[in-house]
Design a protein around this ligand. Structure first.
Ligand code: ADP
Length: 261
């Protein structure tokens, strides 16, 4: 309400970027970053004529450097913009490229906003069809300020089927609606674990929570990603499953989500 009362600041597109897709979650640890990375790579895999970039806006816990196996400081262009780092054919930018990875990041509110501003405005993306933004988890001021600063084509919300994660996901969806960002849909992550030994399936966090929430919120369920060792291991190695095991059912699941957004 307070933000509304002051009026929305004018949204300004990111130079060179056609569509911004944000990947959000109500809380941390549900697989938001893993989804953002594989969704971005999935968009490229589905249509190689599309140029896709990845912006890690999770300044508290940037995971794109590790997930994309990238480190180092971005070079500056003649216009003093930061040049994204590249891997797997995708330009990426992250706070993790700008700070030492051993240094604890203790942010004050204003510093967070200026870091976000830097990531949104001082990067030379060239021309992109899609910029996928890995949002910070939750629904606070930072998330709100991002949605108010740039035009966003749509939001993808990641949740586990667990009640508590779902409640937070619902808050996320409501936040986007309030600021008129279309919610493209929900991704249910870690819904089922299939034992590699006996193939028995276990619904560790419950089975259909996100499906039900999608129905309640009247948004699409974009996909269902199993809890899979291959996803965790390839993520830890900085070899996202969509590029390292393109023929796996896990990669297929991410590509399906990419074609649904
Ligand atoms: P968030 O961005 O929501 O904090 P991450 O994407 O960093 O979550 O994922 C948290 C951890 O869970 C990481 O170790 C990641 O590799 C793992 N993970 C995420 N999704 C899956 C999945 N479907 N199967 C197995 N591990 C997963």
């Amino acid at each position: 309400k307070a933000h509304m009362a002051r009026g929305l600041p004018k949204q300004k597109p990111i130079a060179g970027v056609k569509e911004v897709i944000v990947v959000a979650s109500g809380k941390g640890g549900v697989g938001k970053s893993t989804t953002a990375v594989n969704l971005a790579l999935g968009l490229m895999a589905n249509d190689q004529s599309k140029r896709v970039g990845l912006l890690d806006a999770d300044v508290y816990g940037p995971s794109v450097p590790k997930l994309m196996n990238l480190k180092g400081n971005p070079e500056l262009t003649d216009n003093n913009l930061m040049r994204p780092l590249m891997n797997f054919g995708m330009p990426c930018m992250s706070m993790g490229f700008l700070v030492e990875d051993t240094a604890p990041i203790v942010w004050r509110g204003l510093m967070v906003m200026s870091a976000i501003e830097k990531l949104l405005r001082q990067v030379d993306w060239g021309l992109l069809d899609y910029l996928v933004v890995d949002m910070p988890p939750g629904t606070g001021d930072v998330q709100l300020s991002i949605t108010q600063n740039i035009p966003i084509a749509g939001a993808v919300i990641v949740s586990t089927p667990q009640d508590i994660a779902l409640l937070d996901a619902r808050r996320g969806a409501e936040m986007f609606r309030k600021v008129n960002v279309p919610v493209l849909g929900l991704v249910q992550n870690m819904s089922v674990f299939q034992c590699p030994q006996c193939n028995h399936q276990t619904h560790i966090f419950g089975s259909d929570g996100a499906r039900e929430l999608a129905r309640t919120l009247e948004v699409e369920l974009l996909g269902d990603i199993p809890l899979h060792l291959n996803i965790r291991e390839t993520s830890d190695k900085g070899q996202p499953v969509v590029v390292s095991s393109p023929d796996s059912p896990e990669a297929e699941a991410y590509r399906r989500i990419a074609s649904a957004v």
